[in-house]
Design a protein around this ligand. Sequence first.
Ligand SMILES: [Mg+2]
Length: 345
Amino acid sequence: MLEISRVRLQLENQWTISRNSSYYKDNVIVKFEKDGIVAYGEAAPNNRYGEDADKTIDEIEKASFLLEEDLFQYISLKKKIDKTIKKQNCAKAAIDMVVMDWIAKFYNITLYQYFGLDSAHVPATSFSIGIDRPEMIKEKIQQAYEYPIFKVKLGQKNDEEIINVIRTVTQKPIRVDANEGWKNKETAAKKIDFLLDKNIELIEQPLPSNMNEETAWLKDRFDIPLIADESVNTTKDIPDLREPFDGINIKLMKSGGILEALKMIHLAQTFDLDIMLGCMIETSVAISAAAQLASYARWIDLDGNLLINNDPFSGVTVEAGKLVYSEKPGLGIEELQNNVNRLHI
Ligand SMILES: [Mg+2]
């Protein structure tokens, strides 16, 4: 059985980044059953990458061949999935999660155990604060007092005002994400110069993804980690990022799943690029899937499920910024029965 459902995730607060703003997010959940084992996957379509829920569902439907496949042959199966699902990487991610959830459940261990990883040595996750009026940002920071690190979305004219207002209430480290919002290297340099003495841990995607040369110019001038996000989707993007960036933000929705993310991690390590593990607005399915790889990361930004108020699943949770694993097999998730039906649209 391969069941695809579209779920509308209600955001705790209106979510605004430099590109867009929304009150809800439509994701796609895949439920798969074979030989008595039920496995799940999730796709979080992102319009930055030309994705939407309808197109994603069309792509996932192409993967019905999975029912006939030997899932233990997941390396060759990945090739088949890559050939079949050419668009909508998030659709590929959902199918990849299903396969890996199923495999680890078969062995009755967590997926991180299956990969020989642990859950004890995982850095704290940041909590994201979207773009908002400065007084609202101040309020959100105060509400999120339990988190040790904040990720703040910048890329607007009033970036300085936002940071200044946050610094009136907390001195905790901040990760800045410009989401390609600074449009030229001079603007970015001015912004980074302002940020240098503000206890900023790193800067994500200061410039548009087609400006690697200008980003390398920034890296030469400033001693603060620059992390690629929109500039990196899959393994093939990584060699070009050695010059402009210090690290890469790997997200399952961009990579097309856990197996590709593993390849990316290994290549990035070879190039001495640090790993950040990030997410989109996602339920506990995709967040728990990414969390399986968290011990590889220097920085964790897995808070997508904390930004919604109708998560149809339980899985990894967060206590004072630390990921708490459920220790259930596979991705470690459980469907909340009375929640999910209400969410089908
Ligand atoms: Mg980002």
